[in-house]
Ligand binder design. Structure first.
Ligand code: AMP
Length: 283
């Protein structure tokens, strides 16, 4: 694996490679890698001659500075995992490299309701920060294929919209990969390593709530299921930001089941200090 820290060097190197390789795949991450991330590398390896992974804990997408300060950094382990997965390129830029002109946003991305619902409502400015960094990374890597995890469902929608707005939809294909889970259903996440033993035992209740909703769709309305699962999670000790059953193409809430539309249930809840998110496609 070749490691790059400088964006111009990487961009020029990839420019040369493009004469030799047909497809370049890209997996942007914030590090503290786990098998969920590695599954994206593996998906990229299958379809591309070159796979680029980036590790950058992006300060502009953290609405809570404490969350940014505490974000786990495990770079040596990350490099080892990427080597084992035969990732070709690792890009680890500094904050100065990605934001030479400072962290203030030079423009606003028009994300419509994607920015005001769910994560957007609870993490003000988060998706503006995501768009800022993803636009910069895409300009450097210019991949043919981009790999994202369904775990961050709303983020996948935001980035797809961004790619459209940048006029790159013909150039960059977005590949959304399934959520990898631990043996007990907990969605793999870099944040899981911050859970105490007790919190870790509680964490799979989120996935159980999602499964409960899916299993009871025939009997109960979306609003009933939503309220029952919020109560279930609160009763075991979570502070729930939201449980929402939404149209998976718009993320607008669904009040009645309609099998002609695709639905998804999305959850965000605090397990003490640690905010966990998860989602499940319903049909
Ligand atoms: P992050 O490092 O958390 O920013 O995640 C980098 C990429 O990995 C994003 O596209 C995530 O959606 C994806 N990802 C994170 N967790 C998982 C998981 N459990 N399964 C599959 N992909 C994941």
């Amino acid at each position: 694996m070749i490691l790059f820290k400088n964006s111009v060097t990487l961009k020029n190197w990839l420019f040369d490679q493009r004469k030799k390789v047909r497809k370049i795949g890209f997996v942007p991450t914030m590090g503290a890698l786990h098998q969920g991330h590695i599954s994206l590398i593996e998906a990229s390896k299958k379809m591309n001659e070159l796979t680029v992974c980036s590790i950058f804990v992006n300060p502009t997408q953290f609405n809570d500075p404490k969350d940014f300060d505490k974000y786990p950094i495990t770079i040596e382990n990350d490099i080892q995992l990427l080597e084992t997965a035969f990732c070709d390129i690792l890009f680890i830029p500094s904050v100065k490299e990605m934001y030479p002109n400072g962290l203030l946003a030079p423009k606003k991305y028009e994300l419509g309701n994607l920015e005001s619902v769910l994560e957007g409502q609870f993490r003000k400015g988060h998706y503006q920060g995501v768009c800022m960094i993803v636009e910069r990374l895409l300009q450097i890597v210019m991949p043919d294929n981009l790999y994202l995890g369904q775990k961050d469902f709303q983020q996948c929608m935001v980035i797809s919209k961004l790619i459209g707005q940048l006029g790159l939809q013909e150039k960059i294909a977005v590949n959304i990969c399934p959520t990898l889970r631990e043996y007990d259903g907990l969605a793999m996440s870099s944040r899981n390593m911050r859970l105490s033993e007790k919190e870790r035992l509680l964490a799979p209740e989120i996935y159980k709530a999602l499964l409960y909703i899916k299993a009871n769709m025939a009997e109960k309305k979306p609003s009933e299921l939503k309220n029952i699962s919020i109560k279930l999670l609160e009763d075991v000790g979570f502070k729930v930001d939201y449980v929402e059953i939404a149209d998976s193409t718009t993320l607008l809430p669904i009040s009645e089941w309609d099998e002609s539309k695709k639905a998804v249930v999305l959850v965000a809840a605090y397990n003490n200090e640690i905010r966990l998110i998860d989602n499940l496609l319903l049909y």
